[in-house]
Ligand binder design. Structure first.
Ligand code: ADP
Ligand code: MG
Length: 465
């Protein structure tokens, strides 16, 4: 029986201290199983569900073996999307905060290639990027790979789903052969097994099963509908199951747009998220959903990747996904951290076989209640109401803004009627920030930001949702 105590690990004191400061009481199962092997220099394939702490499983050993004096890249982490790369960078910064001078660089579309090249010239210890952008730097000979001791493919399955196979192989070929190669993923399809056979050395597979856990806190409901009635059925489902936060998954962009428009007619706070939106627009939509000012998000699977939210009340499958793993992944977004969640699937007759398979893999029994008739008033606009509104501020991390500065600007002044309780999540992006304000105070907050200053500087503020 392996121990789950962090202090049992042969980690630098700076890292053990941070882990303690962060309040991590014990290692998660994937961490307990993989960290000792990674510290030992082994190649591994780590598989466990989303939210199980895979990032720290590779970040802690990487930080532990880093040579801060050497300002060449020593670890490269590939991630499927810019959002996921940003999360990994955040986790590295958090865990590495006691390492003075630690330089971590994100290689994604968030910055220009030139800015990134300059950062690499100044010196970077760890690079986290998307395959496309990393390969671009390699092709322009802007990136020195000679000192890379560790390569991580994070969310390897998603990178394959997104069509990055060729880029990943091209990058792998250019890395030093004497290196450690780590694959992390929620599932392990055949393509990844192939890649593992070609590029890993005696890899050890660590699989943390979670099927049994999935079904317990998530109520899974199926409503039958003919194909042509699905959108009416959805409206009845929304009427019957009001929630503060709902994601509706569709398989096509056209369905996403169509449903979002239909729901919007009922004055419900809804937004569409699909791959054709500009990055800036996607960031904004995700921010308003995370902070509770969008109640219903209609999305495709690919677009919803990287949408990291603490608690989601319900997931609705308007279209069934092709793969059972995708179904489990979708519904796993609700019911996190021991809270209850609901997953509703609208199934047409052609879906029967798939449903059986999904039910088996998800490990929970499907409920099949009858759906009430649509009431004549249609969807009650108050059913899916958001208590928050979102303001954007025309400054971000690049302007050295921090959440405290925005909170201060809103509440500090004498005679301010705004209090901390009116202010929700504050998200700082590179050039823009989003702050959630309780609906009743949003005008006051907007006025305050428009007339006042933040850190002595003027910024533009506007209502975005
Ligand atoms: P995954 O990559 O498996 O989806 P993450 O690495 O994103 O999961 O971790 C999910 C969350 O759990 C993060 O917020 C992280 O800071 C936190 N976390 C990681 N390890 C621990 C731990 N041992 N104890 C408590 N929280 C942890
Ligand atoms: Mg992860």
């Amino acid at each position: 029986m392996e121990t789950t105590d962090f202090s049992s690990l042969d980690l630098a004191p700076e890292l053990l201290q941070v882990v303690q400061e962060l309040g991590y009481e014990e290692m998660t199962p994937i961490q307990a199983a993989s960290i000792p092997l990674i510290l030992d220099g082994k190649d591994i394939i780590g598989q466990s569900k989303t939210g199980s702490g895979k990032t720290a499983a590779f970040a802690l050993p990487i930080l532990n073996t880093l040579d801060l004096e050497n300002r060449n890249i020593q670890a490269l982490i590939l991630c499927p999307t810019r959002e996921l790369a940003t999360q990994v960078v955040g986790e590295f910064r958090k865990l590495g905060r006691r390492y003075e001078g630690l330089q971590i660089l994100s290689l994604t579309g968030g910055q220009t290639g030139r800015e990134q090249a300059q950062a690499m010239e100044r010196g970077v210890h760890i690079a986290v990027g998307t395959p496309g952008r990393v390969l671009d730097h390699l092709n322009r000979e802007r990136m020195d790979l000679n000192d890379i001791a560790t390569l991580v493919l994070d969310e390897a399955d998603k990178m394959f789903d997104m069509g990055f196979a060729a880029e990943i192989k091209a990058i792998l070929k250019q890395l030093p052969t004497k290196r450690q190669t780590l694959f992390f993923s929620a599932t392990f399809p055949e393509e990844i097994q192939d890649l593992s056979r070609r590029y890993q050395k005696n890899p050890l597979k660590i699989i943390v099963e979670d099927a049994a856990e999935t079904g317990t806190s998530i109520e899974q409901i199926v409503y039958d509908s003919s194909e042509s009635q699905k959108s009416d059925t959805l409206m009845r489902v929304l009427q019957q199951h009001p929630a503060k936060s709902t994601i509706i998954f569709c398989n096509t962009k056209a369905a996403v747009n169509e449903l979002a428009e239909r729901i919007a007619e009922y004055k419900v706070s809804v937004a569409a998220l699909h791959g054709d939106l500009e990055q800036r627009e996607r960031d904004r939509v995700m921010a308003t959903f995370r902070n509770g000012s969008t109640a219903i998000l209609v999305a495709t699977d690919v677009a919803a990747r990287g949408l990291d939210i603490d608690h989601l009340e319900q997931v609705i499958n308007f279209d069934l996904p092709a793969q059972a793993e995708t179904y489990v992944h979708r519904i796993g977004r609700t019911g996190r951290a021991g809270r209850e969640g609901r997953a509703i699937t609208i199934a047409s007759p052609v879906d029967t076989m798939k449903l059986l398979e999904f039910e088996k893999l998800s490990g929970g029994a499907f409920l099949r209640p009858t759906l009430g008739f649509k009431n004549q008033h249609g969807l009650n606009p108050f059913a899916h109401q958001s208590a928050m509104k979102t303001l954007s501020i025309s400054g971000g991390r690049k302007d050295k803004l921090r959440p405290g500065d925005i909170l201060g600007a809103l509440t500090n002044k004498e005679g301010s009627t705004l209090t901390g309780a009116d202010i929700g999540k504050i998200e700082i992006h590179d050039h823009i920030s989003y702050v959630a304000i309780s609906s009743s105070m949003v005008d006051t907050a907007l006025e305050k930001l428009r007339t006042g200053k933040i850190k002595g500087q003027k910024f533009q503020a506007r209502l975005v949702k």
